[in-house]
Design a protein around this ligand. Structure first.
Ligand code: MLT
Length: 263
């Protein structure tokens, strides 16, 4: 099923059962979840939006923040009349947005999936790197960011042994528009520290992280697990920043088991 309206996010939807919102990472799109839509749709209604300026969603002239992206994701649930709590998951930037969603709409979150992400805000150095990346994209286009990210998305061993996977990662970044990238970089740079929120989430929380993540170290996942009471932590071997792509069977099994537990 597909949906496209002029002012709303484009999203992919498949399956029925527990509603599961999956928010993609930067600078990717809903297509990164293709394997999960296939594997989980027998037990969940999987919903995967394209954030503005990525995939098939247009960018408006709003100033984007992680909260604004969360509001756009809530509008996807509204469009489907999903007013009861749902499972909200996000990978990396998608995780920052999932945490913003939980801040803004706690009554709409039945469970949380924090995938390859962190709770903290950007350091001063990371903020300066975001600004450099924004300048690079304005001067040279999207490839200034996508080519720099490509060698860091997967575990080093997967670049060596799985060239098709690296090609797929590059393909997933193809729809990112320069303006969408700039908006997302600013939103990530300015996101608040969500660490204080972790003790009060009050919903089943699943944390999954690649052991060889080159972009966000797995110690960030361990820190979140220590702060979120009753959370489940899974560290996946031979996986980098995209464990859903790098170790799909193990990743899907973990999510499937979690969905069974919460439904
Ligand atoms: C992502 O994968 O969404 C980004 O790398 C996250 C970030 O840059 O902080």
């Amino acid at each position: 099923m597909e949906n496209k309206t002029e002012f709303a996010l484009h999203f992919e939807a498949k399956g029925s059962g527990t509603p599961l919102l999956l928010i993609h990472g930067f600078p990717l799109s809903s297509r990164m979840w293709a394997g999960q839509m296939e594997a989980l749709s027998s037990q969940a209604q999987v919903l995967a939006p394209d954030l503005p300026g990525f995939g098939d969603s247009p960018l408006s002239d709003t100033v984007y923040t992680v909260e604004r992206y969360a509001e756009d994701c809530a509008a996807v649930l509204d469009a489907l009349d999903l007013l009861e709590p749902v499972a909200v998951g996000g990978l990396s930037m998608g995780g920052y947005i999932a945490l913003a969603f939980a801040r803004l709409f706690p009554e709409r979150v039945g469970a949380l999936l924090l995938l390859s992400t962190r709770a903290g805000a950007d350091s001063a150095e990371s903020k300066a790197n975001r600004d450099k990346a924004i300048t690079g994209v304005k001067e040279h286009g999207a490839s200034a960011v996508t080519e720099a990210m490509l060698p860091k998305l997967l575990a080093p061993a997967n670049y060596a042994g799985q060239p098709a996977m690296a090609a797929e990662a590059r393909e997933l970044m193809r729809t990112a528009s320069p303006d969408g990238i700039v908006a997302a970089l600013s939103a990530m740079r300015d996101r608040p520290d969500a660490t204080g929120q972790l003790g009060n989430l009050g919903v089943p929380t699943l944390i999954v992280h690649g052991k060889d993540d080159q972009l966000i170290p797995s110690s960030e996942a361990e820190a979140m697990a220590a702060a979120i009471r009753g959370s489940q932590l899974h560290l996946i071997a031979q996986a980098g920043h995209l464990p859903n792509l790098e170790q799909p069977e193990e990743f899907n099994h973990i999510l499937s088991k979690f969905l069974t537990e919460i439904s």
